[in-house]
Design a protein. Structure first.
Length: 508
């Protein structure tokens, strides 16, 4: 299960090999604390140390138990640890008495064996911190084996955190874990600080200037937003390409950000759009290229369901003009498997006797997920009705969900947002007001039609804890809309002009 790569298990000679004064000087093996506590002799494999018992009681539950007992070795003020490496015990004393730590990475396992045996929690925690800094793909499985041998859940957690951090980068290691340990990896990617992030989805200005350079970044909003307390937007990382024009859609899967679409580059026949996809790991701050879409898409939706990403709708990527009656929405749906890094076609959108309207201000059609289904919402071109389509990812089948929302029910010529809580949340608008409603996928009923102040919303929003985060057209604004009260809270302005943004949350 664990592989055959052993950790270094040192002998007393191999631990701290360089000559040290404590090996020949008794005074250097004497550790006092405040000068008043009782001193005891501790006999290790090759050397005897003289230590303040009260200090050792504070640092080791093993010594605490001995001090409370009436065992002969505490009565004689001599403690026998003949099986313990002298060099390791000296390092433990240096840490406990002088807060010095200098343990080579190759010897951490030996020190952990001694530290856990002596129940020296402070030293163990320091060793675990060192393990977290040096563990890699060659040592992680042997460290897991050591954690099992020592019965040390803290060491196990440290290694699992490393494997979770590199979940998709080291897939060959995860398959060698038992199912119990594999199940612990995914939740670990949802630990850390949750932050609202933003990037420009589309840039069609053909020039390289400071604004374009600044827009080619992923921004993170400082602060948690508790009690309305936010900081400012800070650049987190540069986007992984150099281009003046690009068009991408984002999706967050297992706390990885996927950037899916393409950008303009110079080809053999002049400028052309290159299909490209990237994956960003916020825990390592690294981008890697991933498999691009099969079809060249622009303004499509991407949603996550059942451990896969689904790309729906949009139109031909190279078409930079405003869509008109002759521009058709793609019906082909693609599914991305992150384990295989591959896209495949699944059942197409069921456009038979109707088409959804296209939009340059939002992805077409709007899409979200709830449980094991993907839901899309669109304006039927011929009638203006709002129709919800449901895709069952387990059965690979589409269903039209009726009734539609007609113009008589609500005047929503423009759709801005589709998200999901326990129901589907729909935001749209007209020339007078913004309209909010919902759709229950179980009862197939539309919710109450509620109105709020007119706002021009644009881009790809997100929902978290019954609050929607979406960008506006005016004043580089990002707003938070409470779904219960419909109150609107402006967030700090972006450091770049608002254009066509995607908002999402990541753990750091």
């Amino acid at each position: 299960m664990w592989g055959s790569v052993p950790l270094h298990v040192g002998t007393d000679k191999s631990v701290n090999e360089s000559p040290e004064i404590w090996r020949t000087d008794k005074e250097a093996r004497t550790f006092r604390h405040c000068g008043n506590g009782p001193m005891v002799a501790v006999r290790t494999r090759t050397h005897t140390f003289y230590v303040d018992l009260e200090r050792m009681v504070d640092c080791s539950e093993y010594f605490e138990a001995l001090s409370r007992s009436r065992m002969r070795e505490t009565t004689d003020l001599t403690i026998h640890l003949d099986h313990v490496h002298s060099g390791v015990f000296h390092s433990l004393l240096e840490f406990c008495f002088h807060h010095r730590f200098n343990v080579p990475a190759s010897q951490l396992d030996t020190h952990l064996r001694v530290s856990t045996y002596l129940l020296a929690s402070p030293y163990t925690h320091r060793l675990l911190s060192a393990v977290s800094e040096c563990v890699d793909e060659h040592t992680c499985l042997p460290y897991l084996q050591l954690a099992e041998e020592l019965g040390c859940p803290e060491l196990q957690h440290t290694v699992l955190l490393y494997l979770s951090t590199h979940l998709l980068e080291l897939p060959h290691l995860h398959t060698r874990l038992n199912t119990h340990l594999q199940a612990q990896l995914m939740p670990l990617r949802s630990e850390g600080s949750l932050r609202l992030c933003c990037l420009r989805k589309e840039n069609l200005t053909s020039r390289n200037d400071p604004e374009t350079d600044a827009a080619r970044r992923l921004f993170r909003l400082d602060g948690s937003g508790e009690d309305g307390a936010y900081g400012k937007w800070s650049p987190q990382t540069d986007l992984p390409f150099k281009a003046d024009k690009w068009c991408f859609t984002t999706a967050v899967l297992w706390n990885y950000l996927y950037l899916i679409g393409g950008y303009r580059h110079r080809g053999k026949r002049g400028y052309e759009f290159k299909m490209a996809s990237f994956r960003y790991n916020p825990f390592t701050d690294e981008w890697v290229p991933t498999a691009p879409l099969i079809k060249h898409r622009r303004h499509f939706s991407a949603v996550v369901c059942g451990g896969c990403i689904y790309a729906l709708g949009g139109w031909y990527l190279d078409s930079l003009v405003t869509p008109d009656s002759s521009t058709g929405m793609y019906t082909a749906v693609e599914r991305y498997d992150p384990r295989k890094d591959a896209w495949t076609f699944v059942s197409s959108l069921p456009f038979t006797d109707f088409q959804f309207s296209l939009s340059l201000s939002h992805d077409s059609p709007l899409a979200t997920t709830l449980d094991h289904c993907v839901y899309v919402l669109g304006n039927v071109q011929r009638t203006g009705e709002k129709l919800v389509l449901s895709y069952d990812t387990e059965r690979d089948s589409w269903t039209e969900l009726y009734p539609t929302l007609t113009r008589t029910n609500a005047d929503i010529p423009s759709l801005y947002f589709l998200g999901a809580t326990d129901k589907l949340v729909v935001i749209g608008g007209n020339n007078v007001e913004t309209v909010v409603t919902s759709f229950c996928v179980n009862s197939h009923r539309w919710g109450q039609i509620r109105v709020m102040e007119k706002m021009a919303l644009i881009g790809q929003g997100t929902v978290l804890n019954d609050e929607i985060y979406v960008s506006g057209i005016h004043q580089d604004s990002i707003v938070k809309i409470n779904l219960h009260s419909l109150s609107v809270s402006p967030l700090p302005s972006l450091p770049i002009p608002s254009c066509y943004e995607s908002l999402f949350h990541l753990y750091f």
